[in-house]
Design a protein around this ligand. Structure first.
Ligand SMILES: *Cc1c(COP(=O)(O)O)cnc(C)c1O
Length: 297
């Protein structure tokens, strides 16, 4: 549970007169709308099919049709299915409108190169425990300073006041606003060192891509089909369809668990799927071993 980090860029950024457009193709996109609902923030949620990427033309049409939109938010890698939304193409559209751009890059930041400045992202949300490979319980926001400065006094929550967190750190030489999560920050620092040692985000991206390619090829060779076409598949997590109708996910899960591998159930209603993630301290050899284990089970 780190999605509390999604609260500040919504609840500390949008004023009562603002309106948020959320285009969602999965549970995490919809969660941003839930957050807006809790905060009673004006929003328009456009929900797509979970196997469909967010289309930049559709975003353009929505922004043209809804002149009252002041903020736009989306998920980069929708972990619900593993679909990767075309951030660059969408940002090329969003840049032409006077809207604040909020991106949930929780499951992609650190594992997929994202040029935040070039993409014109105003608030990017991520966490310590996914592609950064740190420990859980740490969410962070990378914000454009000028936008952040405009957020004074907007927050609807004392604890999740993004502006106040930032200004306290600025003025206190990095001092945390409330008791600091010392252990988690040290683990995060270590994780960043390891990311650097690996050769940075670009190298990690290549490793994840290789892991993912081997995973999909290996699973295909065993008769499993990925839910998504390769051109929209992220290198982070993959949904596979049940290979036959009375396939038992529980049995499959338990068998793999007994061999030291943990997978995820599916998260969509339109098809029977399960998910396999390939981020973390995982290398191509581990994927080969995994495929071998499934073959022999
Ligand atoms: C993991 C994740 C989150 C945070 O989810 P929690 O259940 O709070 O850990 C948010 N958005 C995306 C896209 C994620 O992958």
């Amino acid at each position: 549970m780190v999605h509390f980090a999604l609260n500040p860029p919504i609840g500390s950024v949008l004023r009562p007169q603002d309106k948020l457009l959320i285009v969602a193709n999965g549970a995490y996109g919809k969660r941003m709308a839930e957050i807006a609902t809790y905060y009673k923030i004006n929003h328009l949620l456009v929900s797509l099919n979970e196997t469909e990427i967010i289309d930049p033309i559709q975003v353009k049409n929505l922004l043209n049709e809804n002149k009252d939109i002041t903020h736009f938010s989306m998920v980069h890698c929708e972990t619900t299915t593993g679909i990767l939304n075309p951030l660059k193409e969408i940002s090329d559209v969003v840049k032409n409108y006077p809207v604040t751009f909020i991106v949930d890059a929780m499951s992609s930041f650190g594992g997929i190169p994202i040029d935040i400045k070039d993409l014109g992202i105003d608030f990017l949300i991520s966490s310590s425990n996914k592609c950064i490979q740190g420990v859980l319980r740490f969410g962070f926001v990378i914000a454009l300073k000028d936008k952040l400065k405009e957020c004074k006094g907007i927050a609807r929550s004392l604890s999740l006041d993004l502006y106040d967190q930032w200004i306290t750190m600025e003025e206190g030489n990095g001092k945390w606003r409330f008791t600091s999560p010392t252990h988690v920050v040290i683990a995060f620092f270590q994780a960043l060192k390891e990311l650097e040692e690996e050769g940075g985000i670009e190298s990690r991206y290549l490793r994840y891509k290789e892991n993912n390619k081997l995973l999909i090829e290996g699973m295909k060779s065993l008769g499993f089909k990925p839910l998504l076409p390769m051109n929209v598949q992220s290198p982070i997590i993959t949904s596979f369809l049940y290979p036959f109708s009375n396939f038992s996910f529980i049995d499959f899960y338990n068998q793999l668990k007994s061999k030291g591998y943990v997978i995820y159930p599916g998260k969509i209603s339109m098809a029977d799927t399960f998910r396999m993630g390939n981020i973390g301290n995982i290398y191509p050899k581990d994927i080969e071993n995994l495929i071998e284990s499934i073959k022999n089970s």
